[in-house]
Design a protein around this ligand. Structure first.
Ligand code: SF4
Length: 341
């Protein structure tokens, strides 16, 4: 009894010192990949800066979105948060633990609390495993419950994502795309995580199914007090689920703020084009053309000098070619990396 009181006392004192609501904190994260120096095709740099100095915080019960084109570093960022990819430098704290210096058994516990939902449910579910086997695998890996207990847990979770426990003996190919994404979600939720890292969770689905799955994400967040980090290549899904968004370009955040700020008052030219390229019913009814971004993302082996966006920017000035713009706060909690804004 005395021991448990002492434990409570120690926990309470600790709780006053740390922000219990801050679940993930990333500071100046860099992920560089080495390339072969000798290849003439890769001349110039002998490493690729996939993530180059990114910082952000995520609090409990919130949803943070990261938007950017393919190749901008979104997936590398997501994977480095749970050390599937080892970052080059920087800090990642999750649940007040320094992820980059955790031992394997401590890291395993953190990974139970941070689960991934993958982009394409058709390729992320094992085709020869039943839904029950797929959902029980994480419980077995983390040594949770006996067979009976696992069965009950899986049945509860499968109902939670809107599927029928009768489906548990079926295989992934017997389901539609939307149902498969629900199964991927059940596999993540069965471990009762605090945070879901979602890699383009609806981009592989038909437009008609997307709304249902987005609603499910929203309902689950309210019901289970989940925290989301969602990456996407367009703003539409992120706008629906997230309160805060960052725009990533060649491994750097170029704009960050609330969804309202970025959607209705974007400051960075790249964000402006991303928003203009989202097709909406209003645009199509009023005959407004959906614009697209000129050119491609630059080769990361030869990143442009100065502002990384300058080869595609309609507002480019001389300074943009020579000086890298810093991410600065232009108004309350709205950050932009542009010399002109
Ligand atoms: Fe465009 Fe220059 Fe701003 Fe970069 S710094 S976004 S090139 S105006």
């Amino acid at each position: 009894m005395l021991l448990s009181l002492l434990k409570y006392e120690i926990f309470s004192i600790g709780a006053n010192k740390v922000d219990e609501n801050l679940l993930i904190s990333v500071k100046d994260l860099k992920v560089y990949f080495k390339t072969r120096k000798s290849s003439y095709l890769l001349e110039g740099s002998n490493y690729i800066k996939a993530i180059d100095g990114i910082s952000f915080d995520i609090s409990r019960g919130t949803a943070f979105g990261i938007v950017g084109e393919s190749g901008s570093g979104k997936t590398v960022l997501l994977r480095s948060l749970v050390r599937i990819i080892k970052p080059t430098s920087g800090k990642i704290n999750a649940f007040n633990k320094d992820i980059l210096n955790l031992k394997q058994d401590e890291l395993k516990d953190v990974r139970r609390r941070i689960q991934l939902v993958f982009q394409n449910p058709s390729t992320s579910l094992h085709p020869r495993m039943t839904i029950e086997e797929i959902c029980s695998e994480p419980l077995i890996i983390h040594n949770i419950g006996d067979k009976k207990c696992r069965k009950e847990k899986i049945a509860q979770t499968i109902k939670l994502v809107g599927l029928n426990p009768d489906h548990l003996k079926r295989y992934p190919h017997q389901f539609s795309g939307g149902q498969r994404q629900r199964i991927g979600l059940a596999r993540a939720l069965v471990l009762q995580p605090d945070v879901l890292l979602c890699d383009e969770p609806v981009s592989a689905l038909d437009v008609s199914i997307r709304a249902q799955v987005l609603n499910l994400f929203q309902d689950l967040q309210t019901e289970l007090n989940l925290t989301y980090l969602i990456i996407a290549h367009d703003l539409s899904a992120v706008r629906y689920l997230c309160s805060h968004v960052a725009i990533i370009y060649l491994g750097k955040f170029v704009e960050m703020g609330t969804v309202q700020d970025l959607y209705f008052a974007p400051r960075h030219p790249y964000t402006e084009v991303l928003i203009a390229s989202v097709p909406t019913i209003e645009k199509s009814l009023s005959g407004v053309m959906v614009s697209s971004l000129p050119g491609d993302l630059p080769n990361p082996h030869h990143p442009p000098t100065g502002c990384p966006f300058h080869p595609r920017c309609p507002l480019k000035q001389d300074i943009c070619v020579t000086d890298i713009p810093k991410l600065k706060e232009v108004e309350n909690n709205h950050w932009v990396a542009c010399h002109l804004r």
